[in-house]
Design a binder for this molecule. Structure first.
Ligand SMILES: Nc1ncnc2c1ncn2[C@@H]1O[C@H](COP(=O)(O)OP(=O)(O)OP(=O)(O)O)[C@@H](O)[C@H]1O
Ligand SMILES: [Mg+2]
Length: 278
């Protein structure tokens, strides 16, 4: 039993956000081909909250998550994880922070095919030389309904089961923040609903903090809050979202984007033809 791991319901007493960005800017490339993927983003993500990030394709959602999680460098601005300013950490410290303090869930599961579900789940602890907390492992496996699947390899699991294994793996280290980039993007609606219900429960009942990118207003409505991004900037912030309020927010973005020739700074904007791109 690893007694050094934080208990699930630990929260900072002083209300420090789990994650925050200040004047966060990311420019890919340089010169004429430079793309300003994030343009001065200021945002706080509350501890113990489930936040969804939405916005058009190319609006900077994945870039924001990657910078908040220490997976990529900012061009300027600051990112804090709890009290730690991660934009100033060296590579070794960043590697440790990613390993010990954040979890990731991707659209494409990213499980190792030769390992069983159980081995995939505990892999981050193995890599860190830590033993799983048996009670926490059992809680995750039971809550995610994986008891009967632990000896199966990913190829023997459905998409929804694989994604639940990936979520258990992201949570096994009890990270301060879990970043999920379109975690239901490859799932049918029933598996997607199961995964979203679990993410919400892990926030409400297990005290986790989750930040999730999604394109689906119904998925976003599982969250406590929806942040809208457009052209690398915060374009909206919806509390206690419903599918209807999220759709209305997204419609509002379309209205903002509509006028042709709108100045957009350094960000190249592909204007959707009438009827949209998809
Ligand atoms: N590694 C990269 N090199 C160059 N440009 C990049 C890179 N990654 C992203 N971009 C550009 O930055 C902008 C934001 O990309 P990002 O992936 O954050 O968008 P997104 O909102 O996640 O889109 P999607 O909904 O399609 O996943 C886009 O214009 C994209 O082309
Ligand atoms: Mg993306």
């Amino acid at each position: 039993m690893d007694t050094s791991a934080p208990r699930p319901l630990d929260r900072p007493a002083d209300g420090t956000p789990a994650s925050r960005a200040r004047a966060l800017t990311k420019v890919y490339g340089s010169g004429a081909s430079a793309v300003r993927a994030l343009d001065g983003v200021d945002v706080d993500f509350a501890t113990g909250a489930f936040t969804a990030i939405m916005g058009p394709s190319g609006s900077g959602k994945s870039t924001l998550m990657h910078l908040m999680a220490g997976l990529d460098d900012a061009t300027s601005g600051a990112v804090h994880l709890g009290q730690t300013e991660i934009t100033s950490l060296n590579d070794d410290a960043l590697t440790r922070l990613r390993r010990d303090r954040v979890g990731f869930v991707f659209q494409s599961f990213n499980l190792l095919p030769m390992l069983t579900a159980e081995q995939n789940i505990v892999l981050p602890l193995d890599l860190a030389g830590r033993k799983p907390d048996k009670a926490w492992f059992d809680t995750l496996v039971a809550t995610l309904g994986l008891q009967q699947r632990l000896t199966h390899r990913p190829s023997e699991l459905s998409g929804g089961q694989q994604q639940r294994v990936a979520i258990a793996r992201a949570l096994i280290t009890q990270p301060e923040v879990v970043f999920a980039d379109e975690p239901t993007g490859n799932l049918d609606s029933r598996s997607g609903a199961e995964v979203l219900s679990f993410l919400r429960r892990s926030v409400r009942e297990l005290g986790r903090t989750i930040i999730m990118v999604t394109h689906d207003p119904t998925a976003a409505a599982y969250a406590d809050r929806v942040l809208l991004l457009a052209d690398g900037r915060i374009a909206g912030d919806i509390a206690d979202p419903t599918p209807e309020s999220v759709l209305a927010g997204l419609e509002g973005l379309r209205v903002l984007e509509a006028p042709a020739g709108t100045p957009t700074g350094a960000t190249p904007v592909v204007q959707a033809p009438a009827g949209g791109l998809r």
